[in-house]
Unconditional design. Structure first.
Length: 312
């Protein structure tokens, strides 16, 4: 009785959600692994109490993540393992994996370095145009990827503002792997900046001043005091940017020549297979990219968790 009264005193968002009684007439017999399914459902109703926010979060997660991924894996599982392995290890597919992940890694390294510098400058310095620069960093989030690709292809072409200058040194950006890396840098740069910036803002400068007063030079203070505090956010930003670069399509299809074994990426290969009604090949390649990406993200997450436990 006290527990029920306590539930009534909770705000609406925290009140528990109970499974309705009418579900007993809808669910098939034996759904909860007993012959008397109404009795087992009553036990479930008395046991399960889920807050409304948790319910909607789980529903959102299930509808927009679990179901699509499950459908993809189910479609891929319809192929025999030998056929799956043959399609997944085709030379054109292996080349697409190599180009995609190597260029995404290169873009992540570039963004990790310059994104950290941008976040540092925006937090620690005041200068004219600071607000404009801060707003411009989010531009890749707002601009359609096709527009970004068209812009990059125009600027970095042989007749473009930057491409014409680089061509004098024999450097070609558009229709090469360098163009792919450039587009990946553009679409994934905000992740590093926005992940590091708020943590850097909350970092107490008195800690750095204390290190200086104890005789530590600026470089030692940066490595021993600042970096450990920013490392989790920094790794998170790089990981999110890497994932974003792997899934990019709209801008990459415009800045690359899409020629196999040259600069064809996995997302474009999947789309080409769909255009040719080769649904099995497209599903297999998509599944391989999904598995590799998930393993990378899981490894990074495990490494961060281990590092947090080690520091404790």
């Amino acid at each position: 009785m006290k527990k029920r009264q306590a539930n009534l005193d909770l705000p609406p968002s925290r009140k528990p959600f109970r499974v309705p009684e009418w579900m007993a007439s809808v669910l098939p017999r034996g759904f909860f692994f007993t012959a008397d399914h109404k009795k087992s459902l009553s036990y479930l109703i008395n046991r399960i109490q889920i807050s409304w926010p948790l319910l909607f979060t789980g529903l959102y997660f299930f509808l927009f993540l679990i179901i699509p991924i499950t459908a993809l894996l189910k479609r891929a599982s319809q192929s025999l393992f030998q056929d799956f392995f043959t399609i997944a290890t085709q030379p054109i597919a292996l080349s697409a994996y190599s180009v995609t992940f190597s260029m995404a890694f290169l873009a992540s390294v570039f963004n990790g370095f310059f994104g950290f510098i941008l976040a540092w400058v925006l937090v620690r310095y005041n200068f004219p145009g600071k607000r404009f620069l801060d707003a411009a960093i989010d531009l890749p989030f707002a601009v359609p990827t096709s527009v970004a690709g068209l812009t990059l292809a125009t600027v970095y072409s042989k007749t473009g503002w930057i491409g014409e200058f680089l061509s004098k040194f024999g450097i070609q950006v558009v229709y090469t792997r360098l163009g792919i890396a450039t587009a990946m840098v553009f679409v994934s740069l905000p992740f590093v900046v926005r992940a590091v910036q708020p943590v850097l803002q909350e970092l107490d400068e008195e800690i750095e001043e204390a290190a200086w007063s104890l005789g530590a030079d600026p470089w030692t203070t940066f490595c021993k005091v600042v970096v450990p505090s920013l490392l989790p956010a920094f790794v998170t930003g790089i990981t999110l940017g890497f994932s974003r670069a792997i899934g990019e399509y709209g801008s990459l299809v415009l800045v690359s020549s899409n020629i196999p074994f040259k600069d064809l990426i996995a997302s474009v290969l999947i789309f080409q297979n769909l255009e040719q009604y080769e649904y099995t090949e497209a599903t297999v390649v998509a599944t391989v990219v999904l598995i590799i990406s998930f393993c990378i993200l899981l490894g990074v997450s495990s490494l961060q968790s281990w590092n947090r436990k080690r520091r404790k």
